[in-house]
Ligand binder design. Structure first.
Ligand code: NAD
Length: 254
């Protein structure tokens, strides 16, 4: 599907070499790594019942206040897709990379913008979730995290503790990221000898700044993406193609 430049194999060997030698590795993933698991990215047009909407119209506190049922139903639909999805070779390669780092005493930090839990399903642990998780909910007013809720009725449930409406425990456009998670991610980006950025458009701040922080701190930055992004020119290696094909190749060689 994607044309592989002739020298890409040699470049992958060089990037794998940097990974093998690194005493600390950080990885940032975005929606693109889950595309091959059947979860659409935000750049893909919304489909089916939702084809007349854009994510920016639904993933905001204002949208929820204006029409809680509409926004709840969109997330219920997305949760159904996530429940059916399985991790792909890209997610599994990152778990293998973490295990390889642990075996040789190197540091490894996995940071994701994804809300689908597929890294954990692939066996990754200690994942920094910058944008929350779609399978958890919290109440709109007081941020109580609620473990059990009814997804079957279609109605927006209320918080059993304070009565306000429940919403997904994700970071919406215009909201702040969880402070501790962001601080941890920034430390990891600053300390990494090698930083991999996978399947992210590098447009959504503040996550988009993490690979540039790594560049400024002297890391070898490797980008894996189906297309070019604002990071491409600054990365030491930039590989065009599917994460589910390129990550296993990178990790097998290192
Ligand atoms: P994005 O939708 O802005 O960009 C996706 C990127 O992935 C693009 O650069 C595209 O070229 C690349 N891509 C697509 N398919 C790929 C593949 N098979 N292999 C490699 N790269 C591929 O996603 P983003 O940068 O993560 O930012 C958008 C926001 O959307 C994030 O905040 C995230 O929380 C949210 N989101 C999450 C999910 C999910 O959890 N799976 C899905 C949609 C959106």
């Amino acid at each position: 599907m994607y044309g592989m430049p002739p020298d890409q194999d040699a470049q992958i060997s060089q990037a794998a070499d940097a990974l093998r030698r690194a005493s600390s590795i950080a990885v940032l993933t975005g929606a693109g790594i889950s595309a091959e698991s059947g979860i659409p990215t935000f750049r893909d047009a919304l489909t089916g019942l939702w084809e007349n909407f854009r994510a920016e119209q639904l993933a905001t506190p204002e949208a929820f206040l204006a029409d809680p049922k509409l926004v709840w139903e969109w997330y219920a639909w997305r949760r159904q897709r996530v429940a059916l999805a399985r991790p792909n070779p890209g997610h599994l390669a990152l778990t293998a990379l973490a295990n390889a780092c642990s075996a040789r005493g190197a540091g490894f930090t996995l940071i994701t913008q994804n809300v689908d839990g597929l890294h954990q399903a692939a066996g990754s642990t200690d994942v920094i979730e910058l944008h929350g998780n779609i399978c958890r909910v919290k109440c709109f007013e007081r941020q109580h995290v609620i473990e059990q809720f009814d997804d079957a009725t279609g109605a927006v449930p209320s918080c059993p503790l304070c009565g306000s409406l429940l919403r997904p425990d994700v970071v919406w456009f215009g909201e702040s990221l969880p402070e501790a998670a962001l601080a941890h991610a920034m430390r990891a980006a600053r300390d990494a000898e090698v930083f991999i950025s996978v399947g992210t458009s590098t447009l959504v701040e503040p996550a988009a700044s993490l690979p540039f922080l790594a560049v400024r701190s002297g890391a070898v930055v490797i980008e894996v993406n189906a297309g070019t992004t604002p990071l491409t020119a600054a990365a030491r290696f930039s590989f065009r193609g599917q994460a589910g094909m390129l990550l296993p190749q990178l990790v097998e060689e290192c």
